[in-house]
Design a protein around this ligand. Structure first.
Ligand code: IPM
Ligand code: MG
Length: 369
């Protein structure tokens, strides 16, 4: 059994608590002979600011670069509200994404049968929901220059962010979306704002060209990002793969998360280009944030973090069976009635973060026999 090197970056707030539950799953996978990992733990975000004065130490970035995969909890919190913009906790996460070239962010929004009633939408709208959001992660307004606040002659200020995309950046994320669609429902919706933004005009054009040249068998639909937000809450099951830019993807994936019952349910994978050896850099993290309001209370839902480990097994290590097993264990834990507070409904058995992790490990044990 090959052994993989995993870098764990628990981060801030509920990050360390949900990461601890991943630790239990990793230990079980090792004991059961399903997958073996060597793990190292390091700091990112606010905890790194406290220790090193910046949200990502160079040594941590080096470790991240050398690891087979990275698992990250969450960053940020009110404690660091006052720190300079360049060294705010989020900057650590953004540097990891940018410097490791993790341009493809996969955010699956799946509604587990047991949770259809926890969604803000009616059961019939979300039951069976299975959307894959493909968010461009290293370009657009997140990283475009200039990005600044300047003072005008009259003393007032002017803030600029720059939305910028090149043909290459759009084409490579389009390829990821179309390739994924072929393994799923064979449909891609591409969201942009070509009615207002030049970057949107180029986005639509390039996605269309990649489609025509390589993926004529896949169904493609272009949708305006605002309409897409509306369609997501009106009739979400119309979508299969949804590809969009960095900022729209940030917003639309939060909306999609709530369809599934809770932000605490959504895992994600951030992938780099495939290299000559057939491997790629990868970071896995829950879509939810550090939730400082519930940190340290054993109240956070660890399923998005555990689901991120399942994505890691699948996308970084080709361990599809182990990933299916883990996804199945999450389904079983929910079907068995375990609910953290965020997904609890009347009459459900409310468990803490640790209790949910234990329920997943118990379900794994039951499945392995
Ligand atoms: C996300 C988060 C991040 C983002 C923040 C924490 C910088 O909201 O991963 O969706 O905006 O990308
Ligand atoms: Mg976000």
């Amino acid at each position: 059994m090959p052994s993989y090197n995993l870098l764990l970056l628990p981060g801030d707030g509920i990050g360390p608590e949900v990461m601890a539950e991943v630790g239990k799953v990793v230990a079980f996978l090792g004991q059961a002979g399903l997958a073996s990992f060597e793990t190292e733990t390091d700091l990112v975000g606010g905890s790194a600011i406290d220790a090193h004065g910046k949200p990502l130490a160079d040594a941590t970035l080096k470790r991240a670069d050398a690891a087979d995969a990275i698992l990250l909890g969450a960053v940020g919190g009110p404690k660091w509200n006052g720190v300079a913009y360049d060294i705010r906790p989020e900057a650590g996460l953004l540097r990891l994404r940018k410097d490791l070239g993790l341009f493809a962010n996969l955010r699956p929004a799946i509604c587990y049968p047991a949770l259809a009633d926890a969604s803000a939408l009616k059961r019939e709208l979300v039951e069976g929901l299975d959307i894959m959001i493909v968010r461009e992660l290293t370009g657009g307004v997140y990283f475009g220059e200039p990005k600044e606040i300047t003072t005008l002659p009259d003393g007032s200020k002017r803030a600029v962010d720059t939305q910028v995309y090149t043909t290459g950046e759009i084409a490579r994320i389009a390829h990821v979306a179309f390739d994924l669609a072929r393994k799923r429902g064979n449909r891609v919706a591409s969201a942009d704002k070509n009615n207002v933004m030049k970057s949107g005009v180029l986005w639509k054009e390039v996605v269309g060209e990649v489609h025509a040249a390589h993926y004529a068998d896949v169904e493609l639909e272009h949708v305006l990002a605002d309409n897409c937000a509306m369609q997501l809450v009106r009739r979400p099951k119309q979508f299969d793969v949804l590809v969009t830019d960095n900022l729209f993807g940030d917003i639309l994936s939060d909306a999609a998360a709530m369809l599934t019952g809770s932000l605490g349910m959504l895992p994600s994978a951030s992938l780099g280009e495939v290299d000559d050896r057939g491997t790629r850099k990868a970071l896995y993290e829950p879509v939810h944030g550090s939730a400082p309001d519930i940190a340290g209370q054993d109240a956070a839902n660890p399923l998005a973090m555990i689901g991120s480990l399942a994505m890691c097994l699948r996308y970084s290590f080709g361990l599809g069976e182990a990933a299916d097993l883990l996804d199945g264990a999450i389904t079983d834990a929910l079907a068995g009635g375990a609910r953290t507070r965020d997904i609890a409904s009347e009459g459900s058995r409310v468990v803490g973060t640790k209790g949910m992790g234990d329920a997943v490990v118990a379900a794994l044990k039951a499945r392995v026999g």
